[in-house]
Design a protein around this ligand. Structure first.
Ligand code: PGA
Length: 365
């Protein structure tokens, strides 16, 4: 696998003054320097050859750019083909680009191998040259319930006939859980049909909105990836409801503490955090406001400081994601706590993503 050489050309490090983090220009090779990282998540778009064509157009517009890390994240099917195309020697001679192009996978599984139909392990990704893996993207954390129909089995189980059948079955079984028996007896009692339908509807809404990857699964994915030498882009972010209820910080605290549980200070250096408010993602939404981004990035950095100390807090990269476009990248990159962006829609438009890469660089220069 390609190694992410930590060579720093010219960049920035952070100095903490009065609880604020400032970008300060650093000398070449300064150990505290952070390279901006502009990462594209192509989501479920691009067949392998279109992915290579897209990458070629991006590199063509970004010739000789070395001071910023570029991430390209095709779907699983495009990884191998793109890995073959972005070999450092070729990029250097053809486009004057150094080792600053990283191949990103959009997800992974936490087991190494076995009966997990359809899943891909960190080892498999590493073996084809993937450098970094996105873990905990909100498309997977929050939005899967809509598509996978978990709620339909819950609704079915909450019908009176199903519950009566289950109750009979449990009664005939030795050692049935008394609490479950009592609940079933209660639920199957006369006149509870409306209540059952109400609960089914409530759960349906909950599951459609929320059933997705849990913090526990994400934690296992983070650890499995790091242990196989992949760097992790750990996504976090609140939905509209959490923001309106002023629960953003509580939620981010939980997502990050759980996601990073078991990650040592040494390995934390291989983690990049992406703050992606769900309400700001995708077509029809608007990027978060600059003050909102500033506030959350400061919160995250302070959280990392609390967990890992100042050295990690000042060197960890925290990206913003959610409708990053050529027309807002400069303002976003100018925020002191922002070290880059995770870009969805605009990353599959060569022109837009090239501008984002270049503007990201100009803004932080
Ligand atoms: P967007 O997606 O840039 O299309 O809003 C961002 C993301 O989901 O990572």
């Amino acid at each position: 696998m390609k190694t992410a050489t930590p060579r720093v050309y010219r960049n920035y490090y952070r100095q903490r003054t009065a609880n604020q983090w400032h970008k300060i220009q650093a000398e070449v090779g300064d150990p505290g320097a952070i390279r901006p990282f502009l990462a594209g998540n192509w989501k479920m778009n691009m067949i392998p050859l279109s992915g290579v064509a897209l990458a070629a157009r991006i590199f063509d517009s970004c010739r000789d750019i070395k001071d910023v890390d570029i991430g390209l994240g095709p779907p699983y099917t495009g990884l191998s083909t793109l890995a073959d195309y972005i070999k450092p020697d070729f990029l250097r001679t053809e486009y004057g680009i150094g080792r600053n192009v990283f191949l990103l996978a959009q997800d992974t599984f936490f087991e190494s191998k076995g009966a997990f139909t359809g899943e891909i392990s960190p080892e498999m990704l590493a073996s084809i040259g993937v450098d970094r893996v996105i873990v905990g993207h909100s498309d997977r954390r929050a939005n899967l319930g809509k598509y996978f129909g978990f709620w339909s089995s819950v609704s079915r189980r909450l019908s009176k006939s199903f519950l009566t059948h289950e109750l009979d079955h449990l009664k005939s079984k030795k050692g049935a859980d008394i609490q479950v028996l009592k609940a079933l007896e209660h639920l199957t009692a006369e006149g509870n049909q409306d209540v059952l339908e109400g609960i089914a509807k409530f759960l349906e809404e909950e599951l459609k909105e929320r059933a997705g990857e849990s913090d526990e699964a994400i934690q296992r994915k983070v650890q499995a990836s790091l242990s196989k030498g992949l760097q992790v882009i750990l996504c976090c972010g609140e939905n509209r409801e959490a923001r309106d209820m002023h629960e953003t910080f509580t939620l981010l605290d939980r997502q990050l503490r759980m996601g990073l549980e078991g990650v040592s200070q040494r390995t934390a250096a291989e983690v990049i955090i992406a703050y992606e408010p769900i309400w700001a993602i995708g077509e029809g939404a608007q990027a978060a406001g600059l003050e909102q981004i500033t506030e959350v990035h400061d919160f995250i950095r302070n959280l990392i400081m609390d967990m890992y100390g100042e050295q990690t807090a000042s060197s960890i990269r925290i990206l913003y994601g959610g409708n990053v476009k050529p027309d807002n990248i400069v303002d976003i990159m100018n925020i002191a706590g922002v070290d880059g962006a995770l870009v969805g829609g605009a990353s599959i438009k060569a022109e837009d993503f090239s501008q984002i890469i270049k503007f990201g660089l100009i803004a932080s220069a």
